[in-house]
Design a protein around this ligand. Structure first.
Ligand code: GLU
Length: 381
């Protein structure tokens, strides 16, 4: 008998990705209201345990193609985009209805993969979703298919969900799909295919096993799930593939139902700090005074008042080096202001930002969540 996993119990912030075939009937394209209501029951129960939940939901195209009377089979890009714009209305409405029954407010968030990659938009998407979670709402995310410039592929939402999990520093990503885990082969075609319950390393063998197990509505298959697992693991997020074909799929997972776990070796905060410290090319620098340096060491954010100079050419969301008055690097962070705007507010109180810039930006020049300090501050390198 399977046991409840620590990775599930300990998770404080989850992304749950819902595949199209779970929400829309494969033949008729009808929305599966009972299933969605059972998911809402599960999410409400998980939230009562104090966890925060973000949903990444597919299904817009599947619902929209029925409403527009489009034929089955592969659609042209413009037909998919038209279907998505119609279906997204139904999708958002369905989530609103089912979650309202539990007094939970849902929010529609349409992202493109670029929003999770390009830093300026990334800062905005991240803080909007942080705000929604703080206010107790459940963000329901889908790709902004209507403006997508490349072919929309089923399975794109696996990757999108992993990017959202990474962007939002989630502990756990749950991929609910029409298979109950990762198999050594394609179950329908290979009698010896076995479910792999735990994966700690995505080896070439695992990638080779991924094959492509897809259904007509959701051709995501395992290839995109493995790609999602790589993004998640790198971000310190555990990932689990579980069946969504049953009602109350999260309760089933919580009770130790069949599934496949992909384990991360680090945690989301450590991974984000590593990304800020190492992966981004700094575009400039901020020089801070002793008071601000002490505040940063005590875990505070960097306010404009504590900055004496800005250097280089950086835009909002770019990485900058943080230096003390002696020229020593004490850390790196993502600037909430461009160099031009930062130059106008440094040395001033945050309450003066509106007057100096003409808009009310963030109070912090670099938020502490967007900052990685050097471990041995004082040892210049
Ligand atoms: N964004 C697409 C939709 O909502 C689905 C993409 C996917 O399933 O991966 O219809």
């Amino acid at each position: 008998m399977a046991t409840v996993r620590k990775e599930w119990n300990d998770a404080e912030r989850l992304v749950v990705k819902i595949g199209s075939s779970l929400l829309a009937d494969t033949r008729t394209g009808e929305l599966k209201w009972d299933w969605l209501a059972s998911l809402a029951d599960d999410v409400a129960a998980v939230m009562r345990q104090g966890k925060q939940v973000i949903i990444v939901s597919s299904g817009a195209i599947a619902l929209g193609r029925k409403a527009l009377g489009l034929p089955r089979g592969a659609l042209k890009l413009e037909d998919s985009q038209a279907a998505a714009s119609v279906g997204q209305v139904d999708l958002a409405h369905a989530y609103e209805e089912c979650f309202k029954a539990h007094g939970i407010v849902t929010a529609q968030v349409l992202l493109t993969l670029g929003d999770t990659e390009e830093r300026r938009r990334y800062l905005n998407a991240r803080s909007t979703m942080e705000t929604l979670l703080r206010l107790g709402a459940v963000p329901v995310v889908n790709e902004n298919d209507t403006v997508a410039t490349s072919e929309i592929r089923y399975g794109d939402n696996d990757r999108l969900a992993a990017r959202v999990a990474s962007m939002m520093s989630c502990d756990c990503l749950v991929l609910l799909s029409d298979v109950d885990g990762f198999y050594t082969g394609i179950p329908d075609q290979d009698a010896h295919a076995e479910l792999v319950p735990e994966i700690s390393d995505i080896t070439p063998e695992i990638e080779a096993m991924a094959g492509d197990t897809g259904t007509e509505l959701s051709r995501g298959g395992m290839v995109t799930k493995i790609e999602a697992a790589k993004i998640a693991i790198d971000a310190g997020t555990h990932m689990v593939i579980a069946s969504g074909k049953v009602e109350n799929p999260l309760a089933r997972l919580a009770n130790g139902g069949m599934c496949s776990w992909f384990f991360a070796r680090t945690d989301p905060d450590a991974s984000r700090k590593r990304w800020i410290a190492g992966a981004l090319e700094p575009r400039g620098a901020v020089v801070i005074d002793d008071g601000a340096a002490a505040a940063l060491r005590a875990g505070k954010s960097l306010l404009p008042a504590g900055v004496s100079a800005v250097e280089g050419h950086f835009d909002r969301g770019d990485a900058v080096v943080i230096r003390d008055g002696n020229g020593r690097e004490i850390g790196r962070g993502l600037s909430a202001y461009s160099k031009t705007d930062a130059a106008l507010i440094i040395g001033h109180k945050s309450r003066d930002i509106l007057e100096r810039l003409g808009y009310r930006g963030r109070d912090e020049l670099i938020h502490r969540d967007d900052m990685a300090l050097k471990k041995s501050i004082g040892n210049s390198d």
